[in-house]
Design a protein around this ligand. Sequence first.
Ligand code: AMP
Length: 460
Amino acid sequence: MIKIYNTLTRKKEKFKPMNENRVNLFVCGPTVYDNAHIGHARTYISFDVISRYLKYKGFSVFYLQNITDIDNKIIKRAAETGEDPIKLARKFEKKYIEDMKTLGVENVNLYARATEHLPEIISQIETLLSKGFAYETESGVYFDESQFPEFGKLSNRNIEDLNVHRVNPDSTKRNPGDFALWKKKDEKPFWESPWGTGRPGWHIEDTAITEEYFGPQYDLHGGGLDLIFPHHEAEIAQMESTSSLKPMVRYWMHTGFLNVKGEKMSKSLGNFITIRELLKNYSPEVFRFFVISTHYRSPIDFSQEILEQSHKGLKRIYKLAETVEDLLESEVPQNSAADKHQIKLLTETREKFLEAMDNDFNTPLALSSLFDFIREINRDINHSKISKYILNHIKIFLLKIGDILGVDFLTNRQHDDLTEELVDLITNIREKLRQKNEWELADDIRTKLGELNIIIEDKK
Ligand code: AMP
């Protein structure tokens, strides 16, 4: 039985989907105005592992993500670059999806663009207006926070306490915390609505999209910690105020931040590394392994040193996979006297791995059981106390957990070896070019390899 920490109840709860083994999962997608950074990747890799594990446990998961393709940040960036905002959004959406694919984040069933759900957004606003939860002013349509006393329940805040510190810069709003459902605008991009031309508020796109695909109640909603307030509170208010099916989301899940020197990595702080930049120096598997080495709810302090450390851990698993494959090709006995003990060890490791994953997807604990196993089995391998029977079982185990974690332990080491062999091949060709005085081409190869961080120094 899987247990999930629910931000709403602040407890770990047994996971029971609404419809037998079907799971509806929604994770807030990115605002596409720039390349995604590794903080974003942390959140999306975490939910990728979560959806992989749910599938491993036999659930049929429908994973939905929205794409925020209308936003002031997009419009501002487009004005700076002279591009059309929608074209700019499409460009960065494409890059985001490419980055996710490179990182092995491949379980999203549907990316839903806000701009393609305007009718659903408008219809939800109309319902809120007709039931008295929203009001129209000259600047837009707003949700009336005072009509939803539960506002603040996800972040455990009280509206009155909040309002003491809030100012109301927009005098047309009834309460300082009222948020825009529709912003009246006559400059492009805008969309038609019953309240004139304008753009939807940020919060309404998510509930309009989830209601369209999942209905007013669904199983899992995820995102980074920063979204709890006000974004997810606003989502709850928009949906639960008018729905009889509560709570809107049965399990709210939030990832911890990827920080740099204690501060959240973010575009606005300028302390970010894009996924593309990082992947110039590290393989996607190394970064994935780095992310899953920490529990999804805990913060990660990003540094090259910690990344290197987790790379070392990953290499230990690759090494075991390599040894297993090599031994399977060699003259190892089919069975040995140690089989019984080793099967017990493997069974216990598998149980501990799954127990840790069942316990709110505790990937670091799951990995520690794997490392304990590697230490023990290596001892037997070094003393030639291993049979083909056990090696095959280890191979299957590594394949299965690799599938859950999204890291291919068995084939990646071949990539590592292949890279080395290819670099040797290229440098040998370059050496021959130098001997033939083909300096220009030889220099070109050195520069291009340098761009890939493979540095060649020609010494006497
Ligand atoms: P945004 O495009 O800023 O709305 O972010 C998209 C998703 O990435 C949200 O779920 C954010 O919470 C998450 N996110 C952004 N920055 C970080 C970070 N430094 N660490 C973890 N998650 C992040």
